[in-house]
Design a protein around this ligand. Structure first.
Ligand code: FAD
Length: 569
């Protein structure tokens, strides 16, 4: 079980004063809170409790966490798990078959790090350079960020004896990691044999293994991806099992679990306190130095808006007094999509000839690439123009391999094609001045035709992998998804719009930018424009969704801003 808070570390349900009050004990929130608690008094307000207690093994054991976490079902009829999930449902996505999408978000200590699929990889040097340039602060160059990536992470080399998988030996650059702590990162101790064949099929179409892995500022070729995992016990690692446990053991951090922050209270445009609701008991926590909002991509803009920071027209429509008119709050939502091309592998033969053991859906192998001339020529001019704006090391397509069980109990192998850049923009808004009413989320799926155009190319690329010799050797029968009848570009596009789903990397609803940028919500130090003593530190402030998977950058950002605060920047 987790290292639990001592009785004196659980906040009393009454007014109190701290140096820093952090709203949200999620990925970024617990990281920044733990670092600030090294030298200051810190309170964390978290709507959920311990996921290990509230949700048990399903959020701890990797296989269950990946295949058994039914909270990550994106369909409208998703299984309800209010103990750990906010159960958000979007407005109908009019360009995606009118689907209403369930967007899981952790409502628990650890936030979304407690229910994510645990892949740990970083973005590219060019993407971080773009971040630096877009916010006018060269401290966001990859070389300057690397110490903050390293600071959190304790990398344990793969346990090859336990992993026991031919053709699945991870390659990586140890110098991308240092002697950091407390977040454990390592490789899974089991590799599904189907995955090794699918990895080979990606290599067969030119996506050869990158000897550096994907944590050195390069996303090119393929790699066996490490996970946020405790290598000794093979259990999920989250910001709670790492940063909160560290803070429990080493600091006087105070945590207010099962408590919802309802509003940030301002005096003369200075954030002074946060009001809290714990099962009907209301109290407020004063911050003598700063309030830090880490509510995640959907809830950070929500709490800003109900507190009077956001687009004036939205606030006025709900009779919320305007503290700062920031039109960018809730705008610029970017949500990369993914779609699977699936076949039935010959499961019995694999069991017999390669290994015995459980199937897992862990996407342990990924690859990234710039598109070939042949595929690029299939794109519209508008899409080509969008791609031409990207830094030269920004991959244009990601392929992820995975296996899952079909409804009839068979094994299905999937090669997912995923966007690495999103042209469409969505939004988050509110329906009332109350934090109790869920935010209104429009993911903006396929509003810009570029996204569909690229995913059609992605399906074709995934099919190339399925048609390579290694995949041919394990597939039986005709293509399962989308199936051979889906052939022309128009048919593939129709399939993509009806079937693509989020890869769970939504970002940028409180975007970082330069002073004077109309849509910027925070500056490069994560300080909210137009008010004092208020920062937002989580994925909502990313200026864009970087290619790669974001949790590494969320931890990094929290480390970096904690360092700024310590150095009084
Ligand atoms: C299903 C899924 C799979 C993913 N897989 C991966 C992956 O494999 N690799 C990867 O790199 N990334 C992955 N991601 C993305 C990554 O996990 C998230 O981007 C990251 O965890 C976001 O961190 P955050 O701090 O912004 O928000 P969160 O971690 O979600 O934290 C927000 C916290 O604020 C709390 N909160 C919100 N509002 C209030 C309020 N009013 N009062 C009190 N508390 C509040 C929430 O309960 C939550 O604990 C995945 C995400 C999901 C959802």
């Amino acid at each position: 079980g987790p290292l639990r808070l001592r009785a004196d570390q659980i906040g009393p349900r009454k007014n109190a004063t701290f140096d820093y009050v952090v709203v949200g004990g999620g990925t970024a929130g617990l990281t920044i809170a733990a670092r600030l608690a090294e030298f200051a008094s810190v309170a964390v307000i978290e709507a959920g409790g311990y996921y290990q207690v509230d949700y048990g093994n399903a959020s701890v054991v990797p296989l269950l966490a990946l295949t058994g976490i039914d909270v990550i079902d994106p369909s409208e009829n998703f299984p309800h798990r209010p103990e750990i999930d906010w159960e958000l449902l979007t407005v109908p996505q009019t360009n995606a078959g009118n689907r209403r999408v369930h967007y899981a978000q952790g409502k628990t200590l650890g936030g979304s790090s407690a229910l994510n699929t645990m892949s740990y990889l970083r973005s590219t040097s060019g993407a971080y350079q773009r971040w630096a340039d877009s916010v006018g602060d060269q401290s966001y160059k990859f070389s300057n960020l690397l110490p903050f990536f390293k600071r959190s992470v304790r990398l344990t080399p793969p346990n090859l004896a336990k992993r026991n998988a031919a053709n699945a030996t991870p390659e990586y650059d140890p110098t991308a990691f240092g002697n950091g702590s407390p977040l454990d990162v390592s490789w899974n101790n089991w590799v599904d044999p189907t995955l090794t064949w699918l990895a080979k099929s990606c290599q067969a179409i030119g996506l050869t293994i990158n000897p550096k892995g994907f944590s050195s500022g390069e996303l090119k070729g393929g790699a066996w991806i490490p996970s946020t995992i405790d290598p000794e016990h093979a259990t999920r690692e989250s910001s709670q099992t790492s940063f909160l446990e560290y803070a429990i053991a080493n600091t006087e951090i105070k945590v207010f679990p099962h408590s919802q922050a309802t509003k940030i209270l301002f005096k003369d445009k200075k954030a002074k306190a946060v009001s809290v609701n714990n099962n009907g008991t209301q109290y407020s926590l004063a911050a003598t130095k700063e309030v830090i909002v880490s509510g995640g991509v959907f809830h950070s803009p929500q709490i800003l808006m109900v507190s009077g920071v956001g687009p004036a027209s939205t606030l006025q429509a709900h009779n919320i007094p305007v503290v700062a008119d920031l039109p960018g709050v809730g705008q610029n939502l970017q949500d990369p999509l993914t779609v699977n091309v699936a076949n039935f592998p010959d499961a019995l033969r694999q069991y017999r000839e390669e290994a015995a053991g459980p199937y897992s859906s862990a996407a342990g192998y990924m690859s990234f690439e710039r598109l070939s001339t042949q595929l690029r020529n299939t794109l519209s001019n508008a899409t080509k123009t969008e791609l031409a704006k990207l830094p030269s090391d920004w991959p244009e397509l990601q392929l992820l391999v995975g296996t899952f069980l079909s409804s009839d109990g068979g094994s299905v192998g999937a090669i997912g094609a995923a966007l690495t850049t999103v042209a469409s923009r969505g939004s988050v808004s509110i329906t009332s001045a109350s934090i109790s009413d869920p935010p209104v989320i429009d993911l903006g799926w396929f509003k810009n035709p570029t996204d569909g155009d690229l995913l059609v190319a992605g399906v074709k690329r995934a099919r190339q992998a399925w048609n390579s010799a290694p995949a041919q050797s394990i597939r039986v029968g005709p293509e399962f998804i989308p199936g051979n009848a889906t052939d022309t570009d128009a048919e593939i596009l129709e399939f993509v719009k009806a079937n693509a789903n989020q890869i769970w990397h939504a970002s940028s609803t409180c975007s970082m930018g330069k002073k004077g940028d109309r849509m910027a919500v925070v500056d490069s130090k994560a300080k909210v424009f137009g008010v004092e003593s208020l920062r937002v530190v989580d994925i909502s402030v990313f200026p864009f969704t970087p290619p790669g998977h974001p949790q590494s950058s969320v931890y990094m950002l929290a480390e970096k801003i904690a360092d700024d605060i310590k150095n009084r920047i």
